[in-house]
Design a binder for this molecule. Sequence first.
Ligand code: SAM
Length: 276
Amino acid sequence: MSNYLDRPVGAVPPHLAEIYDETSFWSARFGALLLDHLDIRRGISGLDIGCGTGFPLIELAHLHGASSRFTGVDVWTEALARAGLKLRLHGLDNVALVAADVAALPFPDASFDLLVANLGINNFPDPTAALRECRRVATGGARLVLTTNVQGHFGGLYALLDDILGELRLKAAREALHREAAHRLSLDTIAHLLEGSRFAVSRSFESRFRMRFADGSALLRHSLVQWFLDGWRRAVGNADEREVFERLEVRLGTVAGAEGCVAMAVPMLYVEAVAV
Ligand SMILES: C[S@@+](CC[C@H](N)C(=O)[O-])C[C@H]1O[C@@H](n2cnc3c(N)ncnc32)[C@H](O)[C@@H]1O
């Protein structure tokens, strides 16, 4: 780690503006929940799974200081390059970045005593394989901390879409939508997965926030919503998507007219488990 007295008073590293505001507002909400509850200890070896462009990896390395070491893994090599730039600009040398799949981690057994995944578990293609591999690289007694959005996410939109698919008698699409909603985990399903991988849930905290949009057009064109849209479109199917989404936009507009805006709930979960 750089010596803080080496930096001339008032100096700003070149190119800092390129990374200054990079943590997305979405990630930050879940990261704040994580950092509110995580116990900060000295001398640990931590792993951030699905660290993306370095969040919360870099914040964790800063908070834990030089007595601890952190490793970030992700399959997204471009994001890791960005994380590497941040490490250089921040002068952090207690962090390693590794391009790897969470289901096949290139680390010996029992390497880490803290494992975190901010917004990871819903994104890993095979959560069971991911948690099994996490347990392999965890020391006995290690903490595994997951933060994620859970079932109920954008529930108002799912309800409207379900009504529209019902009106249009698109039974298969409706069933596909139910499966899409269910792919998001809940505390019960996460606890079940964790216990199957020899982690015992020790603490959990639930929270929620609302995202509010002026109308359906604003909601469906929001840059974050594009990440959710693919799942809804896959459920609806190519043949009917124009009609369904036009109706959805109108329906969301009606809600905005009646209620002033369209509010979507985002339930969040912090789960901490101990490797047993
Ligand atoms: C929603 S992003 C969260 C990124 C970051 N932790 C944050 O809070 O902003 C999910 C991350 O998981 C990564 N990911 C998805 N599948 C993965 C896998 N099989 N192994 C490792 N990382 C994976 C993605 O590349 C992405 O960076």
